[in-house]
Design a protein. Structure first.
Length: 265
């Protein structure tokens, strides 16, 4: 079994949550992924392989969003779900790594439950709305509502990846349309709308733990300026890839290494 990766279902009050755990370390690392068209269910081995650099030193947890989402939900409420999951599993003083919407959730986790956070990485994320994310998210919602899945997947690829990456993998776009089709359309729309509820900027001074911001200057989803805005407010360490965008976490070969080095420093 790859890095001892296992899938679990967590029952908490009226909330059900899927999560994956892997690794053999004594310390806890919580990874919070971004907005996705699919659940993490069934992806334990691929996720463990993607983040294998952490497996020796950490017990790694990847929590999905709650299953029973209805109506509206905010990223602050999603952070509360993560906190509840950590409390249920007895996880405290963990290193936290949040990507995109996961970075928004991670900020609220560090603000509202500092006892749960040892060190914090905020990757390709923002602390308050800007014109870039409002345009992108509203377009994705509209495409989904109109069942224009091919357009949705194509636009997500163009917005997230570098031009050279999109050009290289364009022949695989039809397959990607099948693989990335939202399994639960209302759930995807609800979580997409939640991206527009992040407003941590004026509360960032409540974050007391060490923070590392990492992003891409060519980010077409949240903008590269959004990452720099957080780092400037927190006066923390930052690294920006000059030629990459929102999917720098997939394209940059040294992305996870930089985060590992920050956690181990």
């Amino acid at each position: 079994m790859i890095y001892n990766a296992k899938e679990h279902i967590l029952e908490m009050q009226d909330i059900q949550m899927n999560y994956t755990a892997f690794g053999n370390g004594r310390k806890s690392l919580v990874l919070i992924q971004g907005l996705s068209t699919r659940s993490i269910k069934g992806a334990a081995f691929s996720l463990a392989f993607m983040y294998r650099i952490f497996a020796r030193d950490y017990k790694v947890y990847l929590f999905d969003r709650r299953e029973n989402i209805s109506g509206t939900i905010t990223v602050r409420e999603l952070a509360s779900d993560i906190a509840m999951a950590m409390d249920t599993l007895g996880i405290t003083n963990a290193d936290i790594f949040g990507v995109s919407q996961g970075g928004m959730i991670a900020q609220y986790l560090a603000i509202d439950r500092p006892d749960l956070v040892n060190k914090l990485v905020l990757a390709v994320t923002l602390s308050k709305n800007n014109d870039t994310i409002k345009t992108v998210i509203n377009n994705w919602i509209q495409m989904t509502e109109q069942n224009s899945i091919k357009s949705l997947v194509a636009d997500m690829a163009v917005k997230m990846y570098s031009d050279s990456y999109v050009k290289r993998y364009r022949p695989f776009m039809p397959l990607l349309t099948v693989l990335q089709k939202p399994k639960n359309v209302p759930r995807f729309i609800t979580l997409a709308k939640a991206c527009l509820t992040c407003n941590t900027y004026d509360e960032l001074d409540k974050i007391r733990c060490p923070v590392f911001v990492i992003g891409g200057m060519q980010d077409k989803v949240v903008s590269g300026e959004a990452s720099m805005e957080i780092a400037e407010k927190l006066a923390c360490k930052i690294f920006m890839y000059s030629d990459l965008g929102h999917a720098a976490y997939e394209e940059a070969k040294d992305f996870n290494q930089r985060i590992y080095d920050f956690f181990k420093a």
